[in-house]
Design a protein around this ligand. Structure first.
Ligand code: HEM
Length: 161
């Protein structure tokens, strides 16, 4: 099997798998764990400490697989400003998501206000994540616009005189 194909498959698998685990986990925290354990701050703290490992590992996987996907997609989207605008904005929103996800499991005194209102900030993080997933889906479903296709097409037949 072609190695490039295999790496691209693993990267996409990792990227989408990470999105599923992290947004699913945060949804469970926001809508199940936080309301049910509202009167048990020690338990919530223990859960946060375990969840922290998923958040840190997930951010690393997002960055590695996301930038790999982007570098691989770039040549196909030469002269396609909409693709770069949407993916560039998505990456910036991604950094905001990483910030909120990190401070929600952090310990520093400066970011305590986010943990004190974890229901609000985890909902903000989920809404931003949903936006990112929609934007990623948009560029995927939209495919390659007509005028960028020739640059990536197979070499023309007339190459053989
Ligand atoms: C800096 C971080 C990130 C980078 C550089 C990045 C980059 C990318 C790229 C280049 C693609 C492929 C787009 C295409 O089809 O050409 C992609 C797909 C995708 N990304 Fe990200 N991403 C990042 C973070 C995230 C985050 C935080 C989420 C979810 C919350 C996410 C969810 C997805 C999903 C679901 C797809 C697949 C969409 C589909 O094929 O339908 N990404 N990402």
């Amino acid at each position: 099997m072609d190695v490039n194909f295999l790496i691209s498959l693993i990267s996409r698998w990792t990227h989408i798998g990470t999105a599923i685990v992290l947004t699913g986990g945060l949804t469970a925290l926001r809508f199940v764990v936080f309301p049910v354990l509202a009167g048990h701050p020690d338990l919530v703290e223990s859960i946060r400490n375990r969840w922290k490992k998923f958040v840190h590992g997930g951010i690393a996987l997002f960055l590695i697989s996301g930038f790999y996907n982007y570098i691989k997609a770039m040549p196909q989207h030469k002269g396609d400003p909409i693709y770069h605008a949407v993916v560039g904005t998505k990456i910036l929103i991604g950094f905001a998501v990483f910030f909120f996800a990190s401070v929600l499991v952090g310990r520093s005194a400066g970011t305590k206000k986010f943990r004190d209102d974890a229901a609000k900030w985890s909902l903000v993080t989920l809404l931003l994540s949903a936006l990112i997933i929609g934007m990623s889906g948009f560029v995927k479903v939209r495919g390659l616009p007509e005028k960028t296709t020739p640059a990536t097409a197979e070499p023309a037949k007339e190459a053989n005189p």
